[in-house]
Design a protein around this ligand. Sequence first.
Ligand code: 5GP
Ligand code: SF4
Ligand code: MG
Length: 460
Amino acid sequence: CGVFGVYAPERQIAKLTYFGLYALQHRGQESAGIATLDGNKLYCHKDMGLVSQVFKESILNELGGQLAIGHTRYSTTGSSHKANAQPAVVETRLGSLALAHNGNLVNTLDLRQTLEQRGCQFNTSTDSEMIAVAIAQEVNSGKDWLEAAISAFQLCSGAYSLAIGTPAGLMGVRDPNGIRPLVIGILEGEPVRYVLASETCALDIIGAEYLRDVEPGELVWITESGLSSFHWATQPQRKLCIFEMIYFARPDSLMHDETLYTYRLRLGQQLARESVVKADLVMGVPDSGIPAAIGFSQVSGIPYGEGLIKNRYVGRTFIQPTQHMRESGIKMKLNPLKDVLDGKRIIMVDDSIVRGTTSRKIVKALRDAGAKQVHMRISSPPVTHPCFYGIDTDNQSQLIAATQSLEKIAEQIGVDSLAYLSWKGMLAVTGEDPNSFCSACFTGDYPIAIPEQVKRSKLM
Ligand code: 5GP
Ligand code: SF4
Ligand code: MG
């Protein structure tokens, strides 16, 4: 999911949030929402669909106030319908609270029970509402906003990057492991006003300057008098999701003071060092495989070219193609360039293989277009374990590398050769301490314990 927050009474906060969400659209295409607080009054508009489908100028004009939060949703818990769209809104004795969440709690069964014992009720099936309800319950038992939030976080286990709007101020929070990203920006002009966003690309689009990341286990509290910081977790550690860096976040977003484009370029360079093969052309699978393909070409000396053109306007396909179109193998999303591919030995670079279904289709399309050989190179290790922290990489039984050997995967995908980047190589080129990432989908080494019952739901 994508989260955004802004405190700026003198600005058009709903519009800033709209543009921020627009830049975070890749983090969730299912639903979008904005909540604003005008004094004690809360306004919220959310619906299914893309940001551009959910909001019109007239709606944004009605959303005013001192602060706004926004959300784009990609569902990992709770089904895909309007009631589960965020921000989640709850009432408390101190006024309304609106919450936007990215990540996934792993202890929802226990948490729900605890909260129900305290008399709480729920409107949705989402873990995000549970966090909001947990905070509200603490507020209603007499605490102020900050004390209440920090007490509530002690009950939560899992991944959560949050933007929370209250009548008293805006909160930005990361869980003690900092699994999902969250950054702080500063708006241009006076007085100094702060913005929160999942990624820096959402700051660029509104002309805000990147200040720093919210730290794991940190809460930032943004009000009329500025920003204050609370390190509330007893044992914070850095466990940023490495999949954010490899695939999920936008290549123009900054992590560790460089764009992910540059990191992905280095992944491709490392991949070439580890597994080059004789070929005529290196190409990337659009869009996510392209930076690594360029890096691969730089190190291998094999020319880089485009072999597939992506239709930019194919999003979620609400209208299914006709049976005839499907049977005749018409490609809605990626169309091969016959004259580029014909008779060539191709190295096709992609960021990851999850189920292997897309890869198989693409390889077939390249061969149909005349490619003589197709060598697949993947700029991350085999995905062998499911994610419980908010990336939808499916049940373990659906992951092709969980059950199959490298040779078998190559055979199923239909390539002449297949190689993945090593786990060490992937971490080494971050330039950071290898222990400061979660890479559990490649190793099964989960940094936050997964309750047995939850494990059983996704592990073989
Ligand atoms: P596959 O061959 O496994 O079906 O698809 C691999 C492609 O899916 C890669 O190009 C990769 O960019 C993309 N991908 C990687 N992770 C995810 C994910 O979590 N969800 C979706 N929808 N696509 C992903
Ligand atoms: Fe990211 Fe994989 Fe860890 Fe999930 S398991 S948080 S996708 S690195
Ligand atoms: Mg891709």
